[in-house]
Design a protein around this ligand. Sequence first.
Ligand SMILES: [Zn+2]
Length: 302
Amino acid sequence: MISIAKAFSSSYAQARVKFLEAAATAGINVQSHAHPLKGRDGEDLAMDVARDGPMNAPNLLIISSACHGAEGFCGSGVQVHALHDADWLEKARASGTAVLYIHALNPYGFSHLRRTTHENVDLNRNFQDFNQSLPDNAAYRALHSLILPEQWPPDAANQAATLAFIAKNGEAAYQSAITQGQHEFADGLFYGGKSPTWSNQTLRGVLRQHTASAKRIGWIDLHTGLGPSGHGERIWAGGDDSTAIERARAWWGGGPARRRSARHAGLRNAGHARCGLRRPRRTRLHCLVAHPCGHCQTTQRA
Ligand SMILES: [Zn+2]
């Protein structure tokens, strides 16, 4: 066991070293999937995968970090601390549950302190079927030039037009228009891309390899940006399945694992990373929770 503070890092490079050291301390091998680009300090980038438990374990818990790049500081710290926690490791092993730690779904964003991938894609909007027509977001189209004006700060006309949009459509519609994702403006916000990103393709490969034998899968995807500072807020991300939601709440000691609120409603078909999990028919996804921890210095959305 290490102190909580020691599990956290001030850069991706440091976080990766701590993760690799923690996995080695726990006696767990790491598969590293090299990213084609370098990090902010010239370091190598990778999606690192550590599996504790046999490949044929019927129960699998996935714990992933850095879907949204810079949010990985929190998720990495949680993973590192867990790997140094002998009691936790022993309990998981004794229960017959394999645990799959995926460090840095989006290592480029983590290192470069960006939410997006190197393709400027929001990874949680990128898991679409690109053989089909992509979702249209007319409301974002109307707002794009207001959100990203030619000059900064925005001028009075820009601010008036933005306020007029909100007055006409409501604040929830304004937020949803932006956060639900869009596939039209490659330089825009919450861009979902026009093809699978490196992180998308790599994660799908990891999931294919590690979930094939699992009968029951839980997935905790660690984010930051919602809820009070220092508080871990649970958001159910697995669809409208009341039985599964109650099961998730039971996992958390009866505490709330809330459904997506109105501000997340637009994410329903947004191309969430969970869509990368293609399961055999008899496999049950028991719990899928995006777990954003409150952070006082960010307004990013899970
Ligand atoms: Zn996030």
